[in-house]
Design a protein around this ligand. Structure first.
Ligand SMILES: C[S@@+](CC[C@H](N)C(=O)[O-])C[C@H]1O[C@@H](n2cnc3c(N)ncnc32)[C@H](O)[C@@H]1O
Length: 199
């Protein structure tokens, strides 16, 4: 299966799919901090039409996340929020049959549509709290793999610094593994009971 992991510099989701034998590639404006062999360092818009079977996308949330809502008035006025939403719509309209778009609690839910699922790192082996929305097309909801007790908002408490955003935005390893493990076989026909059910 040809898998595109859009807006990923960590290579974590890409490598989770590669471990299952898929032809998975990451794409980001930044260089890859893992093995660069399977990384496009360029705007993902340029490669969306290259025949991907599945996409996992992590679009920037800086102008969308409700945690930054105190800045919304300015970001709406100067067009930054609209541009960020347009980018999400572009990904959603890509000619790819199956995708997951991931973002924190954000205006995507009110302006575009509600997410199909909200996950937490503590459901996937990390003792942290960070509500993460998943919008899904032709993919089953991700199943929790490892509930853990510790539940700290570590990502919110990180000290300021130039790399703070990077430390906060890297996909949790347990979530990346779950995506590779559970969606890696999705090119096979779905069983009806795997498909999205009403919440
Ligand atoms: C929230 S971070 C996601 C990081 C990801 N979870 C990871 O583990 O690498 C969003 C990323 O989108 C990238 N990005 C922004 N615009 C892009 C574009 N047009 N094409 C590709 N990547 C883009 C940024 O450079 C940033 O690394």
């Amino acid at each position: 299966m040809k898998v595109l992991v859009a807006c990923e510099y960590s290579g974590r989701v890409r490598d989770a799919f590669r471990r299952h034998g898929h032809d998975a590639w990451s794409c980001d404006l930044l260089e890859c901090e893992a093995d660069p062999t399977w990384h496009y360092q360029r705007p993902v818009e340029e490669i969306l039409d290259q025949g991907w079977d599945l996409m996992v996308a992590h679009p920037p949330c800086t102008h969308l996340a409700v945690s930054g809502s105190r800045h919304f008035a300015k970001k709406i006025a100067d067009g930054r929020q609209q541009a960020a939403l347009d980018f999400v719509r572009l990904l959603m309209n890509a000619p790819i049959d199956r995708w997951c778009i991931e973002n924190p609690i954000s205006v995507i839910s009110s302006v575009i549509r509600a997410p199909d699922q909200i996950i937490q790192p503590w459901e996937y082996g990390h003792g942290e709290v960070k509500a993460t929305c998943l919008w899904l097309k032709n993919l089953p909801r991700l199943k929790p793999t490892n509930y853990v007790e510790g539940r700290e908002p570590k990502v919110h408490m990180m000290p300021p610094g130039p790399d703070r955003w990077k430390e906060r935005s890297r996909t949790f390893q347990g979530v990346a593994e779950a995506m590779g493990d559970q969606w890696g076989d999705c090119v096979l026909p779905f069983r009806a009971e795997q498909m999205l059910l009403p919440v």
